[in-house]
Design a protein around this ligand. Structure first.
Ligand SMILES: Nc1ncnc2c1ncn2[C@@H]1O[C@H](COP(=O)(O)OP(=O)(O)OP(=O)(O)O)[C@@H](O)[C@H]1O
Length: 314
Protein backbone atom coordinates (compact mmCIF):
# COMPACT_ATOMS: atom_id res chain seq x y z
CA UNK A 1 0.00 0.00 0.00
CA UNK A 2 1.35 3.44 -0.88
CA UNK A 3 0.96 5.92 1.99
CA UNK A 4 -1.08 8.96 1.05
CA UNK A 5 0.93 12.17 0.89
CA UNK A 6 0.26 15.62 -0.43
CA UNK A 7 0.50 15.48 -4.23
CA UNK A 8 3.27 18.10 -4.22
CA UNK A 9 5.59 15.79 -2.29
CA UNK A 10 4.79 12.59 -4.17
CA UNK A 11 7.06 11.25 -6.90
CA UNK A 12 5.98 11.99 -10.47
CA UNK A 13 5.04 8.34 -10.97
CA UNK A 14 4.99 5.41 -8.59
CA UNK A 15 3.96 1.87 -9.50
CA UNK A 16 3.80 -0.80 -6.83
CA UNK A 17 3.25 -4.45 -7.74
CA UNK A 18 1.24 -3.57 -10.82
CA UNK A 19 -0.29 -6.43 -12.81
CA UNK A 20 -2.24 -6.31 -16.07
CA UNK A 21 -3.42 -9.32 -18.03
CA UNK A 22 -5.31 -9.50 -21.31
CA UNK A 23 -7.10 -12.85 -21.56
CA UNK A 24 -4.31 -15.37 -21.12
CA UNK A 25 -1.53 -12.84 -21.79
CA UNK A 26 0.24 -11.21 -18.85
CA UNK A 27 1.35 -7.83 -20.18
CA UNK A 28 2.63 -6.45 -16.85
CA UNK A 29 3.63 -8.90 -14.13
CA UNK A 30 4.13 -7.15 -10.79
CA UNK A 31 5.95 -3.99 -11.82
CA UNK A 32 7.56 -1.55 -9.36
CA UNK A 33 8.77 1.72 -10.82
CA UNK A 34 9.35 5.28 -9.62
CA UNK A 35 9.88 8.41 -11.69
CA UNK A 36 11.20 11.18 -9.47
CA UNK A 37 10.29 14.83 -10.05
CA UNK A 38 12.32 16.62 -12.75
CA UNK A 39 13.71 13.29 -13.90
CA UNK A 40 13.69 11.64 -17.33
CA UNK A 41 13.09 7.91 -17.01
CA UNK A 42 13.49 5.75 -20.11
CA UNK A 43 11.55 2.50 -20.15
CA UNK A 44 13.24 -0.03 -22.44
CA UNK A 45 12.18 -3.52 -23.41
CA UNK A 46 11.75 -5.78 -26.42
CA UNK A 47 8.50 -5.83 -28.43
CA UNK A 48 5.64 -6.98 -26.21
CA UNK A 49 7.57 -6.40 -22.95
CA UNK A 50 4.72 -4.31 -21.51
CA UNK A 51 5.98 -0.75 -22.05
CA UNK A 52 2.88 0.70 -23.72
CA UNK A 53 0.56 -1.06 -21.26
CA UNK A 54 2.55 0.47 -18.39
CA UNK A 55 2.36 3.97 -19.86
CA UNK A 56 -1.37 3.56 -20.60
CA UNK A 57 -2.01 2.62 -16.97
CA UNK A 58 -0.16 5.77 -15.87
CA UNK A 59 -2.23 7.84 -18.29
CA UNK A 60 -5.44 6.35 -16.87
CA UNK A 61 -6.46 4.72 -20.17
CA UNK A 62 -6.00 1.19 -18.82
CA UNK A 63 -6.98 -0.04 -15.33
CA UNK A 64 -4.53 -2.39 -13.57
CA UNK A 65 -5.77 -5.78 -12.32
CA UNK A 66 -3.65 -5.52 -9.17
CA UNK A 67 -1.16 -3.19 -7.51
CA UNK A 68 -1.16 0.59 -7.20
CA UNK A 69 -0.48 3.32 -9.73
CA UNK A 70 0.04 6.88 -8.50
CA UNK A 71 0.74 9.82 -10.78
CA UNK A 72 1.67 13.08 -9.04
CA UNK A 73 0.28 11.34 -5.95
CA UNK A 74 -3.13 10.74 -7.56
CA UNK A 75 -4.97 7.73 -8.97
CA UNK A 76 -4.94 8.17 -12.76
CA UNK A 77 -8.37 6.53 -13.18
CA UNK A 78 -10.30 7.86 -10.17
CA UNK A 79 -8.65 11.30 -10.22
CA UNK A 80 -8.42 11.70 -14.01
CA UNK A 81 -10.18 15.09 -14.03
CA UNK A 82 -7.67 16.54 -11.57
CA UNK A 83 -4.72 14.98 -13.35
CA UNK A 84 -5.56 15.76 -16.98
CA UNK A 85 -4.45 19.42 -16.91
CA UNK A 86 -1.21 18.49 -15.14
CA UNK A 87 0.07 15.76 -17.47
CA UNK A 88 1.03 15.70 -21.13
CA UNK A 89 0.13 12.71 -23.25
CA UNK A 90 1.42 12.12 -26.77
CA UNK A 91 -1.43 10.48 -28.63
CA UNK A 92 -0.52 8.49 -31.72
CA UNK A 93 -2.76 9.68 -34.54
CA UNK A 94 -3.23 12.94 -32.68
CA UNK A 95 -6.95 12.34 -32.09
CA UNK A 96 -7.28 14.68 -35.05
CA UNK A 97 -10.03 15.54 -37.47
CA UNK A 98 -8.22 14.64 -40.70
CA UNK A 99 -9.15 17.97 -42.31
CA UNK A 100 -8.05 20.26 -39.49
CA UNK A 101 -4.80 22.16 -39.93
CA UNK A 102 -1.73 21.56 -37.79
CA UNK A 103 -1.75 25.07 -36.27
CA UNK A 104 -5.49 24.96 -35.56
CA UNK A 105 -5.13 21.66 -33.75
CA UNK A 106 -2.41 23.00 -31.52
CA UNK A 107 -4.39 26.21 -30.86
CA UNK A 108 -7.38 24.09 -29.87
CA UNK A 109 -5.39 22.04 -27.37
CA UNK A 110 -3.80 25.24 -26.02
CA UNK A 111 -7.27 26.73 -25.50
CA UNK A 112 -8.03 24.00 -22.93
CA UNK A 113 -5.09 25.08 -20.81
CA UNK A 114 -5.14 27.86 -18.20
CA UNK A 115 -1.55 28.90 -18.97
CA UNK A 116 -0.44 27.45 -22.31
CA UNK A 117 2.90 27.86 -24.03
CA UNK A 118 2.83 30.06 -27.12
CA UNK A 119 1.76 27.66 -29.91
CA UNK A 120 3.77 29.64 -32.50
CA UNK A 121 6.93 29.25 -30.43
CA UNK A 122 6.32 25.53 -30.02
CA UNK A 123 5.69 25.04 -33.76
CA UNK A 124 8.93 26.84 -34.45
CA UNK A 125 10.86 24.79 -31.85
CA UNK A 126 9.64 21.60 -33.50
CA UNK A 127 10.28 22.74 -37.07
CA UNK A 128 6.58 22.90 -37.91
CA UNK A 129 6.14 26.59 -38.76
CA UNK A 130 5.98 25.84 -42.49
CA UNK A 131 3.40 23.13 -41.86
CA UNK A 132 1.16 25.43 -39.81
CA UNK A 133 -1.61 25.58 -42.46
CA UNK A 134 -1.24 22.01 -43.70
CA UNK A 135 -4.24 19.72 -43.07
CA UNK A 136 -3.39 16.94 -40.62
CA UNK A 137 -3.86 14.15 -43.17
CA UNK A 138 -1.33 15.82 -45.50
CA UNK A 139 1.41 16.05 -42.86
CA UNK A 140 4.28 13.58 -43.20
CA UNK A 141 4.55 10.86 -40.57
CA UNK A 142 7.40 12.73 -38.90
CA UNK A 143 5.41 15.99 -38.87
CA UNK A 144 2.40 14.23 -37.33
CA UNK A 145 4.70 12.79 -34.68
CA UNK A 146 6.13 16.23 -33.85
CA UNK A 147 2.64 17.77 -33.77
CA UNK A 148 1.58 15.07 -31.28
CA UNK A 149 4.55 16.08 -29.14
CA UNK A 150 3.61 19.76 -29.40
CA UNK A 151 0.05 18.93 -28.30
CA UNK A 152 1.42 17.01 -25.30
CA UNK A 153 3.57 19.95 -24.24
CA UNK A 154 1.49 23.03 -25.00
CA UNK A 155 -0.37 22.93 -21.65
CA UNK A 156 2.90 23.22 -19.66
CA UNK A 157 2.49 19.80 -18.00
CA UNK A 158 4.35 18.84 -14.82
CA UNK A 159 4.79 15.33 -16.20
CA UNK A 160 4.88 14.07 -19.79
CA UNK A 161 4.38 10.54 -21.10
CA UNK A 162 6.17 9.96 -24.38
CA UNK A 163 5.64 6.57 -26.02
CA UNK A 164 8.42 6.22 -28.62
CA UNK A 165 8.55 9.98 -29.26
CA UNK A 166 11.13 9.78 -32.04
CA UNK A 167 9.94 6.62 -33.82
CA UNK A 168 10.06 7.27 -37.55
CA UNK A 169 11.76 10.67 -37.26
CA UNK A 170 14.78 11.58 -39.37
CA UNK A 171 18.09 12.43 -37.67
CA UNK A 172 17.46 16.20 -37.71
CA UNK A 173 13.98 15.93 -36.20
CA UNK A 174 15.23 13.46 -33.59
CA UNK A 175 17.84 15.96 -32.45
CA UNK A 176 15.17 18.68 -32.16
CA UNK A 177 13.05 16.40 -29.99
CA UNK A 178 16.06 15.45 -27.84
CA UNK A 179 16.85 19.12 -27.26
CA UNK A 180 13.25 19.78 -26.30
CA UNK A 181 13.16 16.87 -23.83
CA UNK A 182 16.42 18.08 -22.31
CA UNK A 183 14.94 21.57 -21.96
CA UNK A 184 11.86 20.11 -20.25
CA UNK A 185 14.04 18.43 -17.66
CA UNK A 186 15.90 21.68 -17.03
CA UNK A 187 12.51 23.34 -16.47
CA UNK A 188 11.70 20.74 -13.79
CA UNK A 189 9.28 18.68 -15.90
CA UNK A 190 9.25 14.92 -15.28
CA UNK A 191 9.30 12.63 -18.31
CA UNK A 192 8.48 8.95 -18.70
CA UNK A 193 9.50 7.83 -22.16
CA UNK A 194 9.62 4.52 -23.94
CA UNK A 195 12.09 3.90 -26.70
CA UNK A 196 13.78 1.20 -28.74
CA UNK A 197 16.77 3.46 -29.33
CA UNK A 198 19.63 2.78 -26.93
CA UNK A 199 21.42 6.01 -27.84
CA UNK A 200 18.24 7.94 -27.09
CA UNK A 201 18.03 6.39 -23.62
CA UNK A 202 21.71 7.05 -22.95
CA UNK A 203 21.48 10.62 -24.20
CA UNK A 204 18.32 11.64 -22.35
CA UNK A 205 17.65 9.46 -19.36
CA UNK A 206 18.59 10.10 -15.73
CA UNK A 207 17.25 6.65 -14.98
CA UNK A 208 16.81 3.59 -17.20
CA UNK A 209 14.45 0.72 -16.47
CA UNK A 210 14.65 -2.37 -18.68
CA UNK A 211 11.58 -4.58 -18.56
CA UNK A 212 10.94 -7.98 -20.06
CA UNK A 213 7.79 -10.10 -19.80
CA UNK A 214 6.25 -7.30 -17.72
CA UNK A 215 8.98 -7.34 -15.05
CA UNK A 216 11.98 -5.15 -14.28
CA UNK A 217 15.23 -6.87 -15.29
CA UNK A 218 17.57 -3.89 -14.74
CA UNK A 219 17.31 -0.37 -13.36
CA UNK A 220 19.64 2.48 -12.56
CA UNK A 221 21.46 5.36 -14.17
CA UNK A 222 22.74 4.64 -17.70
CA UNK A 223 26.22 4.14 -16.20
CA UNK A 224 24.95 1.75 -13.52
CA UNK A 225 22.98 -0.33 -16.00
CA UNK A 226 25.90 -0.50 -18.43
CA UNK A 227 28.28 -1.57 -15.67
CA UNK A 228 25.89 -4.17 -14.20
CA UNK A 229 25.87 -7.83 -15.08
CA UNK A 230 28.59 -9.04 -17.37
CA UNK A 231 32.27 -8.29 -17.26
CA UNK A 232 34.61 -5.84 -18.88
CA UNK A 233 37.92 -6.30 -20.63
CA UNK A 234 41.25 -4.53 -20.33
CA UNK A 235 43.77 -4.97 -23.16
CA UNK A 236 47.42 -4.13 -22.60
CA UNK A 237 50.09 -4.08 -25.31
CA UNK A 238 53.70 -4.72 -24.19
CA UNK A 239 56.63 -6.95 -25.18
CA UNK A 240 55.68 -10.62 -25.62
CA UNK A 241 56.31 -13.27 -22.99
CA UNK A 242 55.79 -11.34 -19.72
CA UNK A 243 54.87 -13.45 -16.69
CA UNK A 244 51.20 -12.79 -15.88
CA UNK A 245 51.13 -14.59 -12.50
CA UNK A 246 52.20 -11.40 -10.65
CA UNK A 247 49.23 -9.48 -12.00
CA UNK A 248 46.94 -12.40 -11.33
CA UNK A 249 47.92 -12.47 -7.65
CA UNK A 250 47.70 -8.67 -7.31
CA UNK A 251 44.12 -8.96 -8.51
CA UNK A 252 43.56 -11.66 -5.88
CA UNK A 253 41.96 -14.16 -8.22
CA UNK A 254 38.98 -11.94 -9.00
CA UNK A 255 40.05 -11.49 -12.63
CA UNK A 256 41.31 -13.75 -15.40
CA UNK A 257 44.63 -12.68 -16.95
CA UNK A 258 46.32 -14.16 -20.02
CA UNK A 259 48.56 -13.29 -22.94
CA UNK A 260 45.89 -13.60 -25.60
CA UNK A 261 48.39 -13.43 -28.42
CA UNK A 262 52.06 -12.41 -28.35
CA UNK A 263 52.39 -8.98 -26.76
CA UNK A 264 48.62 -8.59 -26.18
CA UNK A 265 47.55 -9.16 -22.58
CA UNK A 266 43.89 -9.51 -21.59
CA UNK A 267 42.36 -8.93 -18.15
CA UNK A 268 38.72 -10.00 -17.80
CA UNK A 269 36.50 -9.02 -14.87
CA UNK A 270 35.16 -5.80 -13.38
CA UNK A 271 37.46 -3.13 -14.75
CA UNK A 272 37.73 -0.18 -12.37
CA UNK A 273 40.52 2.42 -12.01
CA UNK A 274 42.45 0.23 -9.55
CA UNK A 275 42.65 -2.59 -12.11
CA UNK A 276 44.02 -0.22 -14.76
CA UNK A 277 46.62 1.02 -12.25
CA UNK A 278 47.54 -2.55 -11.24
CA UNK A 279 48.09 -3.57 -14.87
CA UNK A 280 50.30 -0.54 -15.57
CA UNK A 281 52.32 -1.18 -12.38
CA UNK A 282 52.74 -4.92 -13.16
CA UNK A 283 54.15 -3.98 -16.56
CA UNK A 284 56.51 -1.32 -15.14
CA UNK A 285 57.70 -3.68 -12.38
CA UNK A 286 59.00 -6.00 -15.11
CA UNK A 287 60.85 -3.14 -16.76
CA UNK A 288 58.50 -3.33 -19.72
CA UNK A 289 56.86 -0.40 -21.46
CA UNK A 290 53.10 -0.65 -21.93
CA UNK A 291 52.51 0.88 -25.35
CA UNK A 292 48.71 0.77 -25.11
CA UNK A 293 46.07 0.16 -22.46
CA UNK A 294 42.49 -0.05 -23.67
CA UNK A 295 39.35 -0.71 -21.66
CA UNK A 296 36.43 -2.17 -23.61
CA UNK A 297 33.19 -0.98 -22.11
CA UNK A 298 29.98 -2.68 -22.88
CA UNK A 299 27.34 -0.63 -24.55
CA UNK A 300 23.79 -0.34 -23.26
CA UNK A 301 22.77 -2.44 -26.26
CA UNK A 302 25.15 -5.26 -25.17
CA UNK A 303 23.56 -5.26 -21.70
CA UNK A 304 20.05 -5.07 -23.14
CA UNK A 305 20.64 -8.10 -25.39
CA UNK A 306 22.29 -10.05 -22.56
CA UNK A 307 19.33 -9.43 -20.28
CA UNK A 308 16.51 -9.89 -22.75
CA UNK A 309 18.02 -12.45 -25.14
CA UNK A 310 18.62 -12.36 -28.86
CA UNK A 311 15.56 -14.18 -30.14
CA UNK A 312 12.92 -12.20 -32.01
CA UNK A 313 9.76 -11.32 -30.07
CA UNK A 314 6.23 -11.61 -31.33
N1 LIG B 1 -5.57 -4.40 -25.64
C1 LIG B 1 -4.88 -5.55 -25.64
N2 LIG B 1 -5.51 -6.73 -25.81
C2 LIG B 1 -4.82 -7.89 -25.78
N3 LIG B 1 -3.49 -7.99 -25.60
C3 LIG B 1 -2.81 -6.86 -25.42
C4 LIG B 1 -3.46 -5.56 -25.44
N4 LIG B 1 -2.52 -4.61 -25.24
C5 LIG B 1 -1.32 -5.27 -25.11
N5 LIG B 1 -1.51 -6.60 -25.22
C6 LIG B 1 -0.45 -7.63 -25.09
O1 LIG B 1 0.30 -7.35 -23.93
C7 LIG B 1 1.69 -7.56 -24.16
C8 LIG B 1 2.46 -6.27 -23.87
O2 LIG B 1 2.14 -5.32 -24.89
P1 LIG B 1 2.70 -3.83 -24.89
O3 LIG B 1 2.08 -3.14 -26.06
O4 LIG B 1 2.49 -3.22 -23.56
O5 LIG B 1 4.25 -4.07 -25.15
P2 LIG B 1 5.37 -3.04 -25.60
O6 LIG B 1 6.53 -3.29 -24.71
O7 LIG B 1 4.82 -1.67 -25.66
O8 LIG B 1 5.71 -3.55 -27.08
P3 LIG B 1 6.25 -2.74 -28.39
O9 LIG B 1 7.70 -2.46 -28.14
O10 LIG B 1 6.07 -3.76 -29.47
O11 LIG B 1 5.41 -1.51 -28.55
C9 LIG B 1 1.82 -8.06 -25.59
O12 LIG B 1 1.85 -9.48 -25.57
C10 LIG B 1 0.55 -7.56 -26.25
O13 LIG B 1 0.16 -8.40 -27.31
Amino acid sequence: MIPSSPSGAAPAVRLDGVVKTYGGVTAVAGLDLTVERAQVLALLGPNGAGKTTTVEMCEGFVTPDAGTVRVLGLDPVADSDALRPRIGVMLQGGGAYPGSRAGEMLDLVAAYSADPLDPEWLLQRLGLTEARRTPYRRLSGGQQQRLALACALVGRPELVFLDEPTAGLDAQARLLVWELIDALRRDGVSVLLTTHLMDEAEELADEIVIIDHGRVVAAGTPEEVTRSGAEGQLWLSAPAGLDVTGLQSTLAGTHRVREDHPGRYLVEGTIDPSVVAAAATWCADQGALATEIRVDQRSLEDVFLELTGRELRG
